[in-house]
Structure formats: structure tokens, C-alpha cells
Write a protein that binds this ligand. Structure first.
Ligand SMILES: Cc1cc2nc3c(=O)[nH]c(=O)nc-3n(C[C@H](O)[C@H](O)[C@H](O)COP(=O)(O)OP(=O)(O)OC[C@H]3O[C@@H](n4cnc5c(N)ncnc54)[C@H](O)[C@@H]3O)c2cc1C
Length: 285
């Protein structure tokens, strides 16, 4: 399926972009991990959004979402793990599914995952973020899973059906009651990753544990892994006044483009990104 515009993120920037994209007659797909992952959801009262004095973050998000859906935008649950240029646009890896789009709008907010020392160098060389994509490579092997939330439990259950053993490390505190009984919860905090003659190793304060493969599950992806050709500056994405990034057909809006980190700015940028995406699609002929 090829859509006109895939919007990465369901905060104010992404939802505003979806509303204007629909106004311009584009089919718009908004992808995000789950309903209330936007920063805004953590805000009790917003006092500086015009027209809605003292509104809660959840309320404003519900209202934006309802409006986007009513306009005909589609929502899809999942994390966009990678964006690859393709013949007629882009291919996006959403968890283990592929979505094709003519244009992409990045509206992922400002939160970035803190990578472990050694992690980036080992991606694709034994370190993976996708159980469905790479799990088969580890049939009968020893695996380490590093997870930041309960969402890693489901992936771990699948990996346990393939691997000979699975050790589970919590990157952040979360409920482990759903962990399969034959998976070992290691109560140590991973500090770095490395490759040694014993395999791929997780180093903690208490020691080093080696595996054949390591899977990492977090609710965010670093910019460098999402789209390797994308320029970034101090963790933010440089854009021009049309919210165009350095990659043709890729736009960015909201907190991910830099300060001020404010709802009104995110909404305005989402609007501009949609207009620019529509112009870009028209220019493709
Ligand atoms: C406590 C607090 C109080 C605040 N108070 C105010 C205030 O009073 N006034 C004000 O104007 N602003 C306030 N802000 C800031 C405001 O919340 C942000 O500026 C705004 O939410 C930015 O919108 P956004 O759409 O750019 O990003 P976000 O709202 O952060 O949304 C980004 C979305 O993208 C998703 N995402 C990230 N990576 C991926 C990926 N790889 N694939 C799919 N989805 C992804 C995230 O899960 C998230 O849902 C406050 C923020 C906080 C935390």
C-alpha cells in the first residue's frame, strides 16, 4: 500500500499535519507507539494555547485526535524503526511491517533514546531491535534482551520459542509479571555492550554476560538509526521555512525541529509541513 504521507508521531505536530494533509486531499497515515505517549499527555494544565485556556494535555490530544480521525486520517500503532528511500518515495519499517509513502513527516517530539556505549557500532552485527525480522537467526542460540518497558515482554515471549536461553534486563523499571517462567530476569543495570571472543556481551556493575545475540526494545529510535542520511544538529532536525529537511520528500515539525518546545509552535509547523508535502507530491507529477 502506497500512501501520500506518513506522519511519524501522534503529538500536536503530527495530528495538526494530518488535519491539514486531509484538507489538501492527501491520504494521511499517523504512526505512533500508543495513544498517550506524547509529551503533552503528561501536562495537567496548558495556559498558553490560544482559544483553550487551562486545558489539560490529555484533553487537547483527544480533541486533536478526534478531529484528525473525523477528517479521514488513519492511525496505526507502532514505532517507525527505519525509513529507507525507495523508487517512488520511502519504505518505512513499522515494527515488522512495511509501509510505503510518497512523503514522510517526522513529528517524533524531542525525546531521544540514550544509547548504551558500544550499541551503535554493533547494530546489525548481533544487536537487533526487531524480533520478527531477526529472531530466526537465533534459533537454538543464547539471547540477551534489554527492554525499557512491558512492550518488550511480548517480543521476549516470541524469542523464547526460538532461542535456547533468554536473559532479560530492564533498562527502566517496569512490571515483569508477564515474563515467561523460563526467561531469567537479570537484576543488573546494563552499562555498555561489546564484542569479545565469548560473544556479544552486556557489561553491568556486577560483571559481564555474553550471548550470541542481543535484542533491545525501547519506545523511541535515534535519528541516526531512523534515517541515516538525515542531517541533525544537537539532536534536533534542521529545516527550512517550509519544514523541509535535507532529504527531499522528508519534512519535520514540532519539538523535533528545536526550541521553543511548545504546543502552538508544534501545531503551526505541522500545518506548514503538510502544505509543503502536498506541493512536493504535486511536483512529482
Ligand atoms: C510536563 C510538561 C509540561 C508542558 N507544558 C507545556 C505548556 O504549558 N505549554 C506548551 O505549549 N507546551 C508545554 N509542553 C511542551 C509540549 O508538550 C510539547 O511542545 C509538544 O507536545 C510537542 O509536540 P510534538 O508533536 O512535537 O511532540 P510530542 O508531543 O512529544 O509527540 C511525539 C510523538 O511521537 C511519537 N514517536 C517518537 N518516536 C517515534 C517513532 N520512531 N515512531 C512512531 N512514533 C514516534 C512519540 O511516542 C509521541 O507520541 C510541556 C511538556 C511537558 C513534558
Amino acid at each position: 500500500m502506497m500512501v501520500d504521507i506518513v506522519i511519524v508521531g501522534n503529538g500536536p505536530a503530527g495530528l495538526s499535519c494530518a488535519i491539514t494533509a486531509r484538507m489538501r486531499g492527501l491520504d494521511a497515515l499517523v504512526v505512533a507507539p500508543s495513544a498517550n505517549t506524547s509529551w503533552l499527555a503528561r501536562t495537567e494544565h496548558i495556559e498558553n494555547y490560544p482559544g483553550l485556556p487551562s486545558v489539560s494535555g490529555v484533553k487537547i490530544l483527544e480533541s486533536f485526535t478526534a478531529q484528525a480521525l473525523a477528517m479521514g486520517a488513519n492511525l496505526c500503532t507502532g514505532l517507525v524503526r527505519q525509513i529507507l528511500p525507495a523508487d517512488k518515495g520511502f519504505m518505512l519499517l513499522v515494527e515488522s511491517d512495511v509501509v510505503e509513502a510518497k512523503t514522510v513527516v517526522l513529528a517524533m517530539g524531542a525525546a531521544r533514546p540514550q544509547l548504551l556505549p558500544g550499541e551503535e557500532e554493533l547494530v546489525g552485527m548481533g544487536v537487533s531491535y526487531c524480533a520478527t525480522c531477526d529472531g530466526m537467526l537465533y534459533r537454538g542460540k543464547r539471547l540477551g534482551v534489554l527492554s525499557a518497558s512491558e512492550e518488550g515482554l511480548e517480543e521476549t515471549r516470541f524469542l523464547r520459542t526460538l532461542a535456547s536461553s533468554v536473559d532479560y534486563y530492564s533498562l527502566k523499571k517496569h512490571d515483569l509479571s508477564g515474563l515467561p517462567k523460563d526467561v531469567t530476569a537479570v537484576d543488573e543495570k546494563p552499562e555498555s555492550l561489546s564484542r569479545t571472543p565469548e560473544g556479544l556481551c552486556v557489561t553491568t556493575r556486577q560483571g559481564t554476560h555474553c550471548y550470541d545475540g542481543i535484542f533491545i526494545f525501547r519506545n523511541a529510535v535515534s535519528l541516526g538509526m531512523l534515517l541515516p542520511d538525515l542531517a541533525s544538529d544537537g539532536g534536533f532536525i534542521p529545516v527550512d521555512r517550509g519544514m523541509r529537511t535535507n532529504v527531499a520528500g522528508v519534512f519535520a515539525a514540532g519539538d523535533c525541529t528545536g526550541k521553543p518546545l511548545q504546543v502552538a509552535k508544534a501545531v503551526g509547523e505541522g500545518n506548514v509541513a503538510a502544505v509543503s508535502a502536498a506541493e512536493y507530491i504535486a511536483s512529482l507529477g
